[in-house]
Design a protein around this ligand. Structure first.
Ligand SMILES: Cc1ncc(COP(=O)(O)O)c(C=O)c1O
Length: 438
């Protein structure tokens, strides 16, 4: 076996022998992987269907047209006909971050103001993260109330090009206070408002955010990277009636390959397409587009709706079990596929907990929590998700057993006990029972 084949087998074994609980990950079907590994990867196709810069694109045109239509059909499935007819999809964007940048550059000029969600409260880097080192903090803009105005270290490109103001969650509930966000929007007059994040466990009130955007004449962009599959499956609310732009990744709850889609109301379609190509990218990854198309075919079924709803049910059962055992679950529950837990007040660091979970075969990640006292590198919480466990076929009972194992580990760490061999065996048994999909 050559080195690459050997590593593929090794990674397969790792995935099979551990329980993946990182909310932004999922396992694809064999058909998705075959599409990604297909001959579509051989073709250059700069441009758009029927307007290419290379010959030989008649099949690619058909592929891209089909996947574009499927994106609109599947993602707006739970919206009215009027909404369904009003959206356009660009399936060439290479990743969630690239999709977001395409949205910004399609409607904004450098220096324009964006109001987005604060990173340590669960926002995303690509929404314009910047911060100040401790040494610079005295003269940085930093924060007042729920507003965060960034710092000198422009970590993400978006924060170098645009003027970023970020909103935090309410300091008591860690849920958005929309009246406060509205006040901030009126004060700051942004040109674009963004919602969506990586670790916010509650549903977003898209209608209220639209009203806020309208009040200040801003565009509204819903980044649904995490929720895409849940929206397609009708398990959470849909942003399409209210947003001007919706971007999402295809590899999380949607169960497609690593990739993304950028969608907009039809009035912005020319701007968005131009921003993607030739604005930011060259030739699209046609093999990824094929894999995304396969994921949309799979998501366009009753089985997928049940699956998406089961992901949420599983996360809610997990959150309830952790709350009942006395863990500090942020917002005391979840409306979607992820659960955020603060552990520092119990004397355990987020990184320590995540690495001990990995030792027993549960793969999660350390995470910041709202009003974080540590840093993104040394945060006080950890994040758990149920997409992979649901893909492996787990329902409430199995999730309760996973919760029990996590709680047991947490209690042992709290009491400075370091023997976890029995917990590792229990995880192993679950891995054998709930196998990877084909
Ligand atoms: C809310 C949000 N936006 C954007 C992204 C970026 O996606 P990508 O990693 O494909 O660039 C992520 C990734 O996790 C995300 O959670």
């Amino acid at each position: 076996m050559n080195k690459i084949k050997e590593l593929i087998q090794k990674e397969y074994d790792r995935q099979h022998n551990t329980l993946g609980m990182i909310p932004s990950e999922n396992y694809t079907s064999k058909e998705v992987r075959e599409a990604v590994g297909s001959v579509f990867m051989h073709k250059y196709s700069e441009g758009y269907p029927a307007a290419r810069y290379y010959e030989g694109n008649e099949v690619i045109d058909e592929l891209e047209g089909f996947v574009r239509d499927m994106a609109v059909k599947v993602m707006t499935k739970h919206d009215s006909k009027e909404v369904q007819n009003n959206w356009h999809a660009n399936v060439q964007v290479l990743s969630g971050s690239a999709a977001n940048l395409a949205v910004y550059t399609s409607i904004l000029e450098p220096g324009d103001k964006i109001l987005s969600m604060y990173l340590p409260d669960g926002g995303h880097l690509s929404h314009g993260w910047s911060y100040s080192s401790k040494k610079d903090r005295a003269d940085s803009l930093e924060s007042e109330g729920i507003a965060y105005k960034g710092g000198k270290k422009k970590v993400n490109f978006t924060s170098k090009v645009f003027d970023i103001v970020q909103y935090k969650t309410d300091p008591n509930t860690f849920v958005f206070d929309y009246d406060q966000i509205e006040k901030l929007a009126v004060q700051e007059q942004p040109k674009l408002i963004i919602t969506g994040g990586t670790a916010y466990p509650r549903d977003i009130d898209y209608q209220r955010m639209r009203e806020i955007a309208d009040k200040v004449g801003a565009y509204y962009h819903a980044d649904a990277a995490h929720e895409a599959g849940l929206i397609a499956g009708g398990a959470v609310s849909s942003p399409f009636e209210y947003a001007d732009f919706v971007t999402f990744t295809t590899h999380k709850t949607l169960r497609g390959p690593k990739g993304a889609v950028a969608m907009c109301r039809k009035e912005f379609s020319k701007n968005l397409d131009r921003a993607v190509f030739p604005g930011l990218q060259g030739g699209p990854f046609n093999h990824t587009i094929a894999g995304v198309g396969q994921a949309f075919i799979e998501a366009d079924t009753k089985d997928f709706e049940n699956y998406a709803k089961q992901i949420v049910k599983n996360a809610q059962v997990l959150a309830d079990e952790l709350v009942n055992a006395g863990l500090n679950v942020i917002t005391k529950g979840t409306d979607k596929h992820l659960v955020l837990v603060e552990v520092l007040s119990d004397g355990i660091s987020g990184s320590d907990l995540a690495s001990k979970l990995a030792e027993i075969g549960i793969i999660a990640n350390k995470n910041t929590v709202p009003y974080e006292k540590g840093s993104p590198v040394h945060p006080s919480g950890f994040r758990l998700g149920t997409p992979i466990l649901t893909t492996r076929g787990m329902k409430e009972d199995a999730i309760k057993e996973v919760a029990e194992i996590i709680i047991d580990l947490f209690n042992r760490l709290k009491n400075n006990k370091e023997d976890f061999a029995d917990l590792k065996d229990r995880v192993n048994n679950l891995c054998l029972k709930y196998k990877l999909p084909n």
